[in-house]
Structures are given as C-alpha cells and as structure tokens.
Design a protein around this ligand. Structure first.
Ligand code: SAM
Length: 283
C-alpha cells in the first residue's frame, strides 16, 4: 500500500529552523522546549507555515527574526499554536472549596472588596469558576465585592473567554448539573451561554507573564496554575517573586496541586488546609 504525504507533512524543518523557533518561544513567552521536540513543533506549525502562504520553515523562521508588522501576526500565531490551553471548570476542586468556604468569607468580612488575578486563564473556566464561588457566597447573604482579572498571552483563548459560550462537551468537564442549570442558558443554535451574574465580575486582558506587573495593580489572591511548568526554573523564580510583589501582604497564591514552590523563593509560606496546599505572602 502506498501512503500519500499530506502537504503539511511535506513541509521540511531543518535543525537550525528548530533552534530559531525554540529560542523565539523561550524569549517571547518563557516556554522552554526540551531537547528532541522537533516532532511537536513540526506537527503544530506545519499547517501555519502553509496557511501563512509560506512553503517552508525557512520562510517562517525569517518572519520570526523580522520586526515587520506582518511578522507580528505570525509571531502571535506561533505562540498560539505552541501553547497548551487545556483547562476545565473547578480544576483542582479542593482549592475552590477552600476558596469558597474559608478564604473568601474571611477576606470579604475583613476587606469588603477582594481582588483576584487568574494569570494564564486560557478560555476562562478558571476565573469563571472563581466567580461561581463568589456568586454562591453572595446568594448566601455575604456582603462585599469580588473583582477578578483573567489574563493570558493568547488573544485567541481570551476571545473565547470573553464570549463565555461553551459547547456541551466543555461545560460537562468539571461542572455539576446543578451549576449547569443555575448558571448557563442553552442557546437556540446550540452552546451554553454563561449568565451575566457570573460574567460581570471578570475582566479579561491580554498579558504576557514575562512583562512588567506594575500596571496590573495589587491583588488579594493570585491563581497561577499549570503554566509555570513550561518555564525554566530561573524564569519560574522570577515570576513567583514578581507575583509576590503584586500580592498584598497576607494574600494567597494558588499553584496547581502538582506544582511546587521553589525553595529559593522566600516571600511565601506554605498553608495546609485539609487536602489542599497553597501559599501565603509573608514578606
Ligand atoms: C494549561 S493552560 C492553564 C489554564 C488554567 N490556568 C488552568 O490551570 O486550567 C496554560 C495557559 O498559559 C498561557 N500562557 C503560556 N505562556 C504564557 C505567558 N508567557 N504569559 C501568559 N500566559 C501564558 C497559555 O496561553 C495557556 O492558555
């Protein structure tokens, strides 16, 4: 049997092209590709090479090294294609239980206004899960406001997040049927629209974690989950320290349950609440 190669499979990528793409990704987004990830890059970028009108990785690499306006669009598309946007509702559920049952009630009582940053929020399930917790507390009569900022490097995922319409399959990942019934409206053409009471607390903004945090403001809680795993230890330390700078003293940082704090980052102490571990800014 003779297998025909698709056009994308025919696009050739030399080792020197891979080296340029690897360096570009690390410098522009912090993402470190391990050795031998050529297949991943080729898989994810071959379609892009063809769609951009180029016929080879050499042309794409030329654009990555240029400062032209056309190159900016391609650079964003490469970052988009190479980032992993996996997310779902109430991911690491015990963290949301701790937030709803302990942290938010305390902070709402002591401060009235609680500011939360969902850094690297992908298509919005993380900040909206936080907002669902805040809505449940508001319904129980807790006064005060919760403001949430969701940021991501990718405008594509942010467009989906702002749209707040999800497919049945996406809604099913992590949401109980009660939450689905309470907080979504089924659209006539298909899809689930998240209700305005949940959406209104969340503002989305394009933001690269490598950039300066000065203009972002200060927060009581930061969620930075499942993104630092793609960065070098040095970059991770730098980001954790700058996040400490963006947190109020006594504020909290959530990493994912499989991520750990670096020992040379001294601004946080570890907090254990039952099955959940998170970090408190102490200095
Ligand atoms: C795996 S998702 C995590 C989503 C969510 N935090 C969660 O845990 O479910 C990682 C997200 O990080 C974003 N990302 C990668 N590099 C970034 C950077 N330098 N600045 C901001 N966001 C970045 C990606 O676009 C992607 O949406």
């Amino acid at each position: 049997m003779v297998f025909e190669l698709t056009s994308a499979e025919k696009v050739k990528m030399a080792d020197e092209h891979y080296a340029v793409i690897k360096k570009f990704l690390e410098q522009s987004s912090g993402i470190v590709l391990g050795e031998g990830k050529q297949y991943l890059v080729k898989n994810r970028l071959s379609e892009l090479v063809l769609k951009s009108g180029a016929t080879s990785f050499a042309e794409l690499v030329g654009l990555l090294q240029s400062d032209s306006f056309a190159a900016k669009r391609i650079k964003n598309a490469v970052i988009d294609a190479m980032t992993t946007n996996e997310t779902f509702w109430f991911r690491d559920e015990t963290q949301f239980m701790e937030l709803k049952e302990k942290i938010l009630p305390q902070l709402l009582k002591s401060k009235g206004l609680v500011k939360i940053w969902s850094a690297a929020c992908s298509t919005g399930q993380e900040p909206y899960s936080i907002s669902i917790c805040a809505e449940a507390l508001a319904k129980m009569g807790l006064s005060g406001n919760v403001q949430i900022v969701g940021t991501d490097i990718s405008e594509t995922v942010l467009a989906d997040a702002r749209n707040a319409v999800y497919s049945e399959m996406v809604v099913a990942r992590g949401l109980e049927s009660a939450a689905k019934a309470n907080y979504f409206r089924v659209l006539p053409g298909g899809g689930y629209q998240l209700c305005p009471e949940i959406v209104r607390r969340v503002k989305f903004q394009q933001f690269n974690l490598l950039d300066s945090y000065v203009g972002l403001g200060r927060f009581d809680i930061i969620f930075c989950r499942n993104v630092l795993i793609y960065f070098s230890a040095e970059m991770k330390r730098d980001i954790l320290q700058r996040m400490a700078g963006a947190l109020e003293v006594g504020g909290y940082l959530f990493l994912s349950s499989t991520e750990s704090m670096l020992t040379n980052v001294t601004e946080f102490e570890s907090v254990r609440g039952g099955r959940v571990r998170y970090f408190k800014k102490v200095s």
